[in-house]
Design a binder for this molecule. Sequence first.
Ligand SMILES: Cc1cc2nc3c(=O)[nH]c(=O)nc-3n(C[C@H](O)[C@H](O)[C@H](O)COP(=O)(O)O)c2cc1C
Length: 385
Amino acid sequence: MKLRRCTTVMFEPREEVRLDFAAMLAGRTEPSTTITWVALAAHLEQPVPVTAAQRELLGGLGSRFWTDARDIGCPPGDWQPLLATGLLISDDDEHAAHRQRDEGMRDGHWWPLAALVHRHARWRGVNSAAQMRDSHMVTVNDLRRQLGAPPPAVQPHPGTYQPLPTVEATGYDQLLERRTTCRNFDAARSIDQAQLAQLLQRTVKAQAVVQMEADTTFLKKNVPSGGGLHPTETYLLVQRVEGLAPGLYHYHPVQHALVALPRHCERPLQDVAEAMLSGQDWFSNAAAHLVLVPRFARTNWKYRNHAKAYRALLLDVGHLSQALYMAATEAGLAAFVTAAINEIDTEAVFALDGVTQSPVAIVGVGWRSDTLDTAEFDPNKVVWP
Ligand SMILES: Cc1cc2nc3c(=O)[nH]c(=O)nc-3n(C[C@H](O)[C@H](O)[C@H](O)COP(=O)(O)O)c2cc1C
């Protein structure tokens, strides 16, 4: 058997502070600190605790070149646990799944720190809404009470500011004013297929296809994209769109068309949406959810192992979400965006591998309800007069 270490691995000393009960019994309340070294690998979903000897062993092996297991220089009992966890990669069939995920990461040309950030920030089964409620961190007053005052909203520089004219508002200003994150959707009202189509047409549809070579195509869209690569796919969870069966879809930005995707579980769509949205029930009944999913290799093709590539990907998704908000608002619809999503559960819903493609944000659209149950930020009372 041949072995190599995985492509991207970094080590972190994790500190855990606990109350020392022995000291407490002796009348002292000293916290005790334990430090555990963990390996963070880009193809694994969880940190793996490692010993000093295992750190040394991994550090002594290359990730590109194989070493025969007999030449490793330590007994199998030392390296076999690393093989089982996936930190060591082998050429045998039994450990092919780890090898394939590792190769997927390697071929994605990730900058190593970005690969770790994305991989290890993914959530599975988190209920952020329940966590907020349980820890009484829901309102601004809650936050202020528990966290103290935030840094100031504005940080003036010393000196005299020269006043600027306030230019007379146009229809565009009124449109901008009406853009307010919706947390109160009308769960009984459907949107038209034409409304969804227009939303997609204005934001993620290709406005031009530029064929550079037979195998090299660039798309022009109404949103900017780092390197002009437009790596972000749009997956949809449709609940209430006239003329479109409720279900899962993928949008084709050149054909301007939707393809239905298989469902892998029988749960009601709203439950699926709520799980993807980490329990944020105020969003889950939007008429349609658009899951924004970068294909990392498309951006990393140009920005190979590049320190800014992941930043560009995230900014792309931010531009998309604002464009979706504005298009929805102009059409009289309401929208939200959230990054508090269960990426791993969302990947399972749409059969994404989480290595080459993984969701970054979810945008929802629908009609706003007449009743305000969950707070929205509308201090100028434009949406809720
Ligand atoms: C990147 C990003 C993530 C957000 N995530 C959440 C979220 O998880 N839950 C939520 O209720 N709102 C979320 N929002 C909406 C913000 O709370 C909202 O934009 C902010 O309160 C200002 O309100 P406005 O959008 O109505 O101006 C998010 C907004 C952005 C841009």
